[in-house]
Write a protein that binds this ligand. Structure first.
Ligand SMILES: NC(=O)c1ccc[n+]([C@@H]2O[C@H](COP(=O)([O-])OP(=O)(O)OC[C@H]3O[C@@H](n4cnc5c(N)ncnc54)[C@H](OP(=O)(O)O)[C@@H]3O)[C@@H](O)[C@H]2O)c1
Length: 351
């Protein structure tokens, strides 16, 4: 066991030294903190690779077109640089994201990362989406995900959304059964509130919750994070950089020319009146990041990791280059002073 020597780490951490030297300007040794996810035996690096955007275009929640080779390169670069888990979902690209993850794993010769996916959002042949937590539907979904991912067992299987709400009990019971059968190792939920988690907990323990959490989406701070912490439920938060908004590369000019099927065009945070304030927030993150040689997005991720209830953050990347900019988030931590500066900005600017 090592104790982290870096002064900017807020907590002592277990280090996983990486001895490989990476090419180009990434010639560095990256050390990563591992944390246990809830009641499981899964040991997670501080960030995982989020596979939503790499699902590609032409569906309701698409991010515009995406080249699969770029996506495979992004995933493999993340693994090479020390990320040890991937989060995907059957619905991302209507099955395509899972296929791309499989392709990346097939061409990867290192240790297999942990693979997490999600269920309950399905699609018709003509690509419209519907939701179901009926046991038979979930079983079909599980078989589909195992086949697309090319795996015999999924490390964490999550209910994507608690809809239809009346089916929570039936759905959760089904997941507990799949776990007993050995097709999945652990079961988690996503986008559940406290009441919904209590209903599921009566049937079987919840290993993890996957909620939105970032500087601009803080609703879980009041009740959900304390509940997760009190009940030993791991938390892997999504969209820590507000789906690319806080990376420093998103501008009003770029938003104006986003592809027609990029859902972010419709997002309130990517449009005025909030956009100008959000860009000023990015300026602050850039300034803080500059002092450490990290991108604004890394600062945004680190802000979410300050909460002890958060186990790790899910971070999306669409190319190897983007991933290289993000991996410092494996070890970068904000000082109390920097955390305070960001929180002051948020309080003063109504975020
Ligand atoms: N359970 C749920 O309901 C749910 C909902 C949302 C997300 N998630 C999960 O959480 C993951 C992460 O959330 P997210 O994908 O919404 O957002 P995010 O991690 O906040 O942002 C990711 C996006 O930022 C941009 N980016 C990444 N690295 C960059 C860099 N170095 N420089 C510039 N831009 C960069 C990329 O988009 P562009 O290049 O296109 O800007 C990328 O797709 C998802 O992939 C998914 O696995 C789950």
């Amino acid at each position: 066991m090592y104790v982290c020597p870096r002064p900017h780490h807020a907590v002592h951490c277990f280090l996983r030294p990486r001895s490989r030297i990476y090419g180009g300007d990434m010639a560095t040794t990256i050390s990563t903190a591992l944390k246990t996810l809830g009641n499981s035996d899964l040991q997670l690096t501080s960030i995982g690779f989020g596979a939503w955007a790499i699902g590609g275009g032409n569906w309701e929640f698409a991010w515009g077109p995406q080249d699969d080779d770029e996506s495979v390169g992004a995933i493999q670069r993340a693994l090479e640089l020390g990320v040890n888990w991937i989060d995907t979902a059957a619905i991302y690209g209507l099955g395509h994201s899972e296929e791309v993850v499989a392709k990346a794993l097939k061409g990867w010769s290192g240790a297999r990362p942990l693979v997490f996916t999600k269920c309950s959002m399905r699609w018709h042949e003509h690509r419209s989406i519907y939701r179901s937590m009926k046991a038979a539907s979930l079983r079909e979904e599980l078989e589909g995900s195992l086949r697309r991912l090319g795996l015999e067992q999924i490390d964490l299987y999550q209910v994507h959304w608690p809809n239809p709400e009346t089916e929570i009990e039936e759905g959760w019971e089904a997941l507990a059964k799949f776990k007993e059968e050995g097709k999945i190792r652990w079961i988690g939920v996503s986008n559940f509130n406290v009441e919904q988690m209590k209903r599921a907990q009566k049937i079987a323990p919840i290993t993890s919750l996957q909620p939105p959490y970032s500087m601009l989406r803080r609703a879980i701070e009041a009740e959900i994070l304390p509940f997760a912490q009190q009940n030993g439920i791991g938390v892997i938060n999504y969209s820590p950089m507000v789906s690319g908004l806080l990376t420093g590369k998103m501008t009003a000019e770029r938003i104006a020319v986003l592809p027609a099927d990029d859902w972010r065009r419709r997002s309130v945070e990517f449009n005025e009146p909030r956009l100008s304030r959000n860009m000023r927030l990015v300026d602050l993150l850039r300034e803080i990041g500059r002092g450490h040689g990290v991108e604004p997005g890394v600062v945004a991720v680190a802000w979410t990791l300050r909460k002890p209830a958060v186990t790790a953050a899910i971070v999306g990347g669409r190319s190897a280059r983007q991933v290289e900019g993000l991996v410092p988030a494996l070890s970068f931590r904000l000082s109390q002073d920097e955390y305070g500066q960001i929180n002051a900005f948020l309080a003063e600017n109504g975020a």
